[in-house]
Write a protein that binds this ligand. Structure first.
Ligand SMILES: Cc1ncc(COP(=O)(O)O)c(C=O)c1O
Length: 350
């Protein structure tokens, strides 16, 4: 079977893991600390990083840090996203305000403006870039969390728009571009947010009691991440090359989600867009017959407004898109003959 996604673990990552396990420190320790420093210095080249147990806990902590002691904050999110957003908002005792997406970018629509929004979570869906500048203009008073779970590896420079966000979060879940099984990271230029989160995630050995929790990650998980981040530009180029092969192979009646600047962005998902659901399903079946796994990237039932039974009329773009999309295999272990095989099926699909 050609997998849809596969962890990008190198021989070097496994060697680093061995060193860590042999050191007999299995809990949070110097590898975690070292990775946090490495990530701020080498990846963002500024700011502060905190490794945590998952992308969902990173989202929850980011909301808690921005919320401070305020109650019932309203948090604007796109419906076409992961339910982790909804879960983090409810766990942080805030109120979600769910919006539809923009047809071209699949990111939060700014056509309808909602009132009294305290925080906005924007998502780099499938590796794309939401227009943070535009969102900030429409919501000048709101704080912004950038959910960059799909875009680790995009090229960043000191004036990148991503730095307009107050907090950026990542996931290192096994289907993500960089992985350690489960894991997440919170990054911010504002050290007080990171200090708050660092205090919250570990309850052990404290003189003064305060409600905290355990969102720690282990040293051996952190040890797996170094080599992947060091090789991120190579990974970006590999993924983008696969995307281009697909893009050049699709027949005229299929589109591919492509709001990317391939000189800077990293492709998380290669998502085909069909004019009819039955055609999408037919290609999915055809691929499966040839032992190629494709997935519907966000199913209709997963749209966040459907989890909340909101009126579908307010989410027509997401409803429509979820019916017509299919994600092709995308990982760095895809072999040339496997990519050729997928492309041939695409070329001949009518
Ligand atoms: C956009 C997005 N945000 C958040 C998460 C949650 O991350 P995790 O699975 O690490 O909790 C995911 C998926 O896993 C995601 O795709």
């Amino acid at each position: 079977m050609i997998n849809h996604n596969q962890p990008n673990l190198s021989y070097k990552s496994i060697k680093d893991l061995n060193v860590c396990v042999k050191s007999k420190n299995l809990t949070t320790g110097k590898f975690v600390k070292k990775f946090e420093n490495f990530f701020s210095k080498k990846y963002y080249k500024c700011g502060n990083s905190l490794l945590v147990s998952s992308g969902t806990s990173a989202l929850f902590l980011a909301i808690k840090a921005l919320k401070k002691n305020r109650k019932n904050l309203r948090i604007l999110i796109p419906t076409y996203a992961c339910s982790a957003l909804l879960n983090a908002i409810y766990q942080a005792e805030c109120e979600p305000v769910i919006a539809d997406i923009d047809l071209d970018s699949f990111t939060l629509s700014t056509v309808k403006i909602f009132r009294n929004i305290d925080i906005i979570i924007l998502v780099n869906i499938f590796g794309s870039r939401p227009d943070i500048r535009k969102v900030k203009k429409k919501y000048p008073k709101s704080k912004i969390i950038l959910d960059a779970c799909h875009s680790i590896g995009m090229k960043i420079n000191s004036n990148s728009d991503i730095f307009l966000s107050d907090i950026i979060i990542h996931s290192f879940y096994s289907t993500k571009i960089i992985t350690c099984g489960h894991g997440g990271l919170i990054w911010s230029k504002n050290k007080s947010y990171i200090n708050f989160c660092r205090d919250f995630i570990n309850f052990d050995f404290r003189k003064k009691y305060k409600t905290r929790f355990n969102f720690l990650i282990t040293d051996f998980q952190a040890s797996l991440l170094f080599d992947q981040v060091k090789n991120i530009e190579k990974i970006r180029k590999q993924r983008n090359r696969i995307f281009l092969r697909y893009k050049n192979s699709i027949p005229g009646n299929i589109k591919i989600f492509s709001p990317f600047d391939l000189s800077k962005d990293i492709i998380y998902r290669s998502v085909l867009i069909f004019d009819k659901t039955h055609k999408r399903n037919s290609l999915k079946r055809k691929l499966l017959k040839e032992k190629i796994k494709s997935i519907v990237p966000v199913e209709k039932f997963e749209l966040l407004h459907n989890y909340k039974n909101l009126n579908k009329k307010n989410f027509l773009i997401s409803e429509n898109i979820s019916n017509r999309t299919l994600s092709l295999p995308m990982h760095t272990f895809l072999k040339k003959n496997e990519i050729d095989k997928i492309c041939k099926i695409l070329e001949n699909f009518r």
